[in-house]
Design a protein. Structure first.
Length: 338
């Protein structure tokens, strides 16, 4: 890795700002935040603070903000910290600005266009490496330099050493895999099952029941990874069990909070429209994809019951826990259920 790099983070939200702060600890690098928010750009450049997302945290002096997309032409590494639904269109529209030698890093968790993963979509648009970086990572903890685990996923292992060097001596701890599909799918599935855990916890404050559903959830995720082109062992990376447990068990998680709202009977049309519902979108996409697959019994998946919650107008949420417990758990050679 070169001694100094030009690093660009697309988006000026919480996750981009947090990673900019981590990478900005290494003063030899130039860190640019590419934003469309003029007030955020002014705040970062004039006061070294992102007043919108982290108003009390001073940013490193080598972090700059700009609205000029020309910066992409000079960047060695480009991190995408914008919503998953926006990345494909953004790259398509701005491909002419992107340095063809730059490494592209996807931080977003969700499907891209046409219900494919973001790297699958990007590989059709650009001819350069697309890396996935996923893990149990609340942005507020990252920017406060709390130790955080992330999974680097690349089809080509030669980039692993690059990221080891890039994040060396920071609060980011890495593991590595070539299973890009599995990492992307894990980051989507965990939102679905976090909603399920939230609903369960809204009905029963029970460690026993929570642990039962957590176990079934992790095995359904493992099962679905294998059916959709990922590797089962990816569930044991930071992007798998780590990210799922963070999302399912912490009230700072949007999807767990959504599950709690649903379980308490507060899931209204207003909430559906106004809250960012990665899990709701993912549930519908997965169930529709499962319908086209052979040898997957949707009625045996807790996900299918959540699909009913989102799509049946008169669904009785008081029956949710009873229904998921009545479903036959996923059974594989490695597990025996009684």
């Amino acid at each position: 890795m070169p001694k100094s790099l030009k690093i660009c983070l697309v988006g000026s939200g919480a996750i981009s700002t947090a990673f900019a702060q981590v990478l900005g600890k290494k003063e030899q690098h130039t860190i640019d935040i590419l934003s469309i928010e003029e007030e955020v750009i002014y705040s970062i450049n004039q006061h070294h603070v992102n007043h919108k997302y982290f108003p009390t945290i001073p940013l490193n002096e080598n972090i700059r903000a700009t609205a000029d997309k020309e910066i992409l032409k000079e960047s060695d590494v480009i991190f995408f910290g914008i919503p998953s639904t926006a990345i494909i269109d953004y790259v398509t529209e701005n491909k002419k600005f992107i340095n063809p030698d730059a490494l592209l890093v996807n931080l977003a968790k969700g499907f891209g266009n046409q219900n494919n993963t973001i790297p699958q979509n990007l590989e059709r648009i650009v001819n350069q490496p697309v890396i996935s970086l996923k893990g149990p990572s609340f942005a507020r903890e990252i920017i406060n330099l709390v130790p955080t685990g992330m999974t680097v996923a690349s089809k080509n292992s030669k980039y692993f050493d690059f990221f080891k060097d890039l994040f060396q001596d920071t609060n980011i701890f890495l593991d590595f895999t070539n299973d890009v599909v599995g990492v992307e799918l894990s980051s989507i599935l965990k939102n679905i099952y976090a909603i399920i855990i939230g609903i369960v916890d809204a009905h029963y404050d029970s460690p026993n029941l929570r642990s039962l559903v957590l176990t079934r959830s992790i095995n359904e995720m493992r099962y679905l990874l294998s059916r959709f082109g990922g590797k089962e062992k990816t569930i044991f990376n930071y992007c798998g069990f780590g990210d799922f447990s963070l999302t399912a068990l912490n009230d700072m998680s949007r999807n767990r909070t959504l599950g709690l709202l649903i379980g308490k009977g507060f899931f209204t049309e207003y909430i559906s429209e106004k809250v960012v519902l990665e899990g709701k979108i993912a549930t519908n996409v997965f169930v529709e994809k499962i319908a086209t697959k052979r040898n997957i019994r949707t009625q045996d998946l807790m996900m299918k019951e959540l699909y009913r919650v989102f799509n049946e107008k008169d669904y009785d949420i008081s029956n949710f826990v009873k229904n998921i417990l009545a479903a036959k758990p996923i059974k594989e050679d490695l597990f025996t259920w009684f």
